[in-house]
Design a protein around this ligand. Structure first.
Ligand SMILES: [Zn+2]
Length: 332
């Protein structure tokens, strides 16, 4: 504990009527201060109370080194904020500063508000113009709620994080950064045929949607491979157990007879074989760093799809064709 006297000038004037105030009383005040070595410290001093003899207004003496809203010095306040900014956990900061958990939490909340908002409520606009955005959705810990995330793909900075409907999230984000900012964005990486894509296309037609490999393969597996598997199951009379495992019924009586079924299976195997090739080629296409080489791989895939006339049998494969033929471009 360090005890001292406040350096002070003249007794202040009343802010209400302008009269010179009187000293109305005083009390010893203690403020927590920086730690020295392994010891926490505090400063104490006499703090006056002033009263206006004219209008009766009273006020406490202002202390230049006291942090606003906390009984700590500005130095300790800054030290605490810096520790938090350097990534120390609230618990660690609490131990290092000797401050209570709630105080640390309040300081951290204020720090984050100052950093990310204009007035504690309105989120600050991104400082830098982003050229490439990435938008995705992830499950929150409880597994029921989803959050949508918009990031600057070049810096990795999170620009927007919100619950709720995917389209709404995009609209809100665009309103937040404004149309002029969006004009500087060239491309957005998102899920194929998603609400994200549609929302960006509606509001900012100049932005090119691009598809990352992860989402592309996920879509391919779910929509194309999944649909074909279903067709195959229907054809072979397979059933799906509760656990999702496949049980094939060994004897399937079909009007068309054994021979036709055999041919069908061959055809279907060929189809799966073709799908494997497409998957390999997709992976390969995404490994290319040269645009022309990637385009070649993609056009190969399109050839396979059309030559095998897969599209005639399974409409779901049209997705693949449409992704590649449409104005959407895969992400390099
Ligand atoms: Zn007064």
């Amino acid at each position: 504990m360090l005890h001292g006297e406040l350096e002070r000038g003249e007794v202040p004037f009343c802010p209400a009527c302008g009269q010179k105030m009187h000293i109305h009383g005083s009390r010893i005040t203690m403020l927590r201060h920086l730690r020295f070595g392994s010891r926490l410290s505090a400063v104490s001093f006499e703090k006056r109370r002033y009263r206006c003899p004219c209008c009766g207004h009273t006020e406490m003496e202002s202390v230049p080194f006291k942090a606003d809203d906390h009984n700590i010095t500005r130095e300790l306040f800054q030290f605490t904020r810096d520790l938090l900014a350097y990534g120390f956990t609230n618990k660690e900061v609490s131990e290092l500063t000797g401050l209570g958990k709630n105080t640390v939490k309040e300081i951290d909340l204020q720090r984050l508000k100052d950093k990310y908002t204009v007035d504690g409520k309105t989120l600050r606009k991104p400082e830098k113009q982003a050229r490439f955005l990435g938008v995705d959705e992830f499950k929150l810990h409880n597994g029921y709620k989803y959050a949508s995330l918009i990031i600057d793909m070049e810096s990795g900075h999170i620009l927007w994080l919100a619950h709720g409907k995917r389209k709404r999230t995009v609209y809100d984000f665009i309103d937040h950064v404004d149309e002029a900012w969006m004009d500087g964005v060239e491309a957005v990486a998102c899920d194929m045929n998603s609400d994200f894509q549609k929302a960006f296309e509606e509001r900012c037609p100049h932005i090119q949607p691009v598809f990352d490999y992860f989402h592309l393969v996920k879509n391919f597996n779910e929509k194309v491979v999944g649909a074909i598997r279903k067709d195959e199951e229907a054809a072979e009379g397979k059933v799906i157990s509760r656990g999702g495992e496949l049980f094939s019924q060994p004897v399937v009586v079909r009007k068309s007879g054994y021979v036709q079924r055999y041919e069908e299976l061959i055809r279907q195997n060929q189809l799966f074989f073709t799908l494997d090739i497409i998957k390999d080629k997709l992976a390969n296409a995404y490994k290319q760093t040269d645009e022309a080489a990637m385009a070649e791989e993609i056009s190969d895939i399109m050839d396979i799809c059309t030559v095998k006339s897969i599209v005639h049998h399974f409409s779901s494969l049209e997705h693949v064709i449409r992704y590649f033929c449409g104005d959407a471009m895969p992400l390099l």
